[in-house]
Ligand binder design. Sequence first.
Ligand SMILES: *[C@@H]1O[C@H](CO)[C@@H](O)[C@H](O)[C@H]1NC(C)=O
Ligand SMILES: *[C@@H]1O[C@H](CO)[C@@H](O)[C@H](O)[C@H]1NC(C)=O
Ligand SMILES: *[C@@H]1O[C@H](CO)[C@@H](O)[C@H](O)[C@H]1NC(C)=O
Length: 301
Amino acid sequence: MSITVPSLLLLLFLAILLPDDACGAADIPEDITAEFSVRLYQHLQARDSQDNIIFSPLSVAMALGMVELGAHGDTLQEIRQALGFGQLVPGLEFSLLQNLTSALSQDKAQYVVRFANSLYLQQGASFSPEFVHLIRKYFRAHVDTVDFNQSAAVAQLINHWVENHTESKIRELLSPDDFSSVTRLTLVNAVYFRGSWKNQFRPENTRSFSFSRDDGSEVQTQMMYQQGDFSYGEFSDGSQEAGGVYQVLEMPYAGEDMSMMIVLPRQEVPLATLEPIIKAPLLEEWANNVKRQKVEVYLPK
Ligand SMILES: *[C@@H]1O[C@H](CO)[C@@H](O)[C@H](O)[C@H]1NC(C)=O
Ligand SMILES: *[C@@H]1O[C@H](CO)[C@@H](O)[C@H](O)[C@H]1NC(C)=O
Ligand SMILES: *[C@@H]1O[C@H](CO)[C@@H](O)[C@H](O)[C@H]1NC(C)=O
């Protein structure tokens, strides 16, 4: 029996949604998406190592994909490199992104994934009809013309659109200051995910426990608890201390197409020492080597 002990906690949440073959997304090269996700994570973490980081690599890839459709020359090449599309036949990435999002957004009883893209164009300015056509085709983007000089009205319009597509979870995304008299185009991407754990936590098992922060201080926090069969593994970070072991737990959402992977370093190991070893192939190694076993799980609520 393996135990995830609450007092050890320096939690690294890598919320990785792993689409499996059941989704019909099997033709997506996983190494590309994993590579981009990890590099983006490393960048975000280097910028602001003290804050919690929540991001959707696919959402960022879609937004940049829309920009790529309108790019040429060096800009085009730089975007392709950044997204990891460098080795693909030029243009294939649009079809990949389209297939991936449509596979993920298929209606499922157990969970909801929704992607929404939109494009706002300045009234009176001219845009390549081909660009607008392809944005609609590959990204199913909602296209609207606005007057960016009416910045308050535009901010309100876009914010309503975002709110509408995220079950009101994201409000006031933009402010009038985000637009100026030279704004000609705004691209917006919204992503919404709602799933329930396959194995639900029972509310009566939630208790207050101490949680160790990276700086060594402790806070009391509400922890959910359950014992069950989960895919779990112990891996080594290569250091000698206590065998360098850290824990990886995979918790499936209902439907089992999606799961969350949780990585927990040893109590005495700051997150920052584990983060550099995270590379795209390691994600695959975790996924392939976790094994079903009885696990006691304590998770901050
Ligand atoms: C996307 O899906 C279509 C239809 O299933 C298929 O013909 C096409 O090859 C797919 N594109 C890629 C890049 O996998
Ligand atoms: C938001 O949704 C409501 C109801 O579906 C609709 O009437 C409204 O036009 C939408 N607003 C935007 C900005 O999409
Ligand atoms: C926006 O306002 C500026 C200054 O008031 C003006 O020069 C510009 O032509 C306006 N742009 C549009 C597209 O109306």
